[in-house]
Design a protein around this ligand. Sequence first.
Ligand SMILES: Nc1nc2c(ncn2[C@@H]2O[C@H](COP(=O)(O)OP(=O)(O)O)[C@@H](O)[C@H]2O)c(=O)[nH]1
Ligand SMILES: [Mg+2]
Length: 262
Amino acid sequence: MLMKKFWELVEKVIEESDVIIEVLDARMPDITRNKKAENLVKLAKKPLIFVLNKSDLIPEKLAKDYRDELRKISPCISVSTRERHGITLLKKKMFEIAKKRSRQEFVKVGVIGYPNTGKSSIVNSLTGRKKARVGSRAGQTKGLQWIRISSGMGLIDTPGIVPSTNEDDEVKHALIGVLNPSKINDPDIVARKIVEMFVAVDKEHFENFYKINIGDKDFEEIINEIGKSRNMLKKGGVIDERRVYITMIHDWQKGRLLLKRT
Ligand SMILES: Nc1nc2c(ncn2[C@@H]2O[C@H](COP(=O)(O)OP(=O)(O)O)[C@@H](O)[C@H]2O)c(=O)[nH]1
Ligand SMILES: [Mg+2]
């Protein structure tokens, strides 16, 4: 799909919703926020809720800091569709905000966000097993499909995917997970960013995961340790650094690397 098409859908979702939720990856809320999309919501004068999804991958203390920060801008709820927590609270918040802002009997909620943040998972969690589409009202054939999620509230079942095609932002694409690790030009930069996040928040899980000891080792030494521990060697016994970078990015994208102690 062309970038223009993605934006058209995002705009349509915003236009048809009374309240919009922007799904963020709790491990990197700043990186997964899209200011252009947020601006469109603002221009449409619709309320926005930030949803920090995948909060099972970060410590609650960090999630609270992120929420406090984001709440300066808009309401924010932590959820984990994997561990099924926060969904009821999110529903409550959506309803409360939508009702405050809309005089309509029935309010519609739209979901937007970057790829891979968990938009589809959120839609599924909110709609439960109700797969039946309530659809556009008769005569409104051009509208998006929506599903009733409670009396008085519906969810547009097609999320607005914020396109991610800014060429100069490879690190962001890699972290979000829209770029195959083996296709990244500078995997060392991405790997460095991941190591930095762990060193800042939670060394222990990272150490246990790769069976290494960080101590006060620098990035190159950490990569070397992982290479040795995982036996990622090139001919002659030299550490295959590229393979270590790519493995680490893969582990990050798959959510195997938790930013919290287990
Ligand atoms: N750890 C974790 N992974 C999640 C969660 N929600 C979604 N995912 C994973 O994130 C990936 C993208 O989810 P998806 O709903 O398809 O995202 P979308 O591209 O935004 O629609 C999938 O591999 C999901 O299993 C969550 O709460 N926790
Ligand atoms: Mg999806």
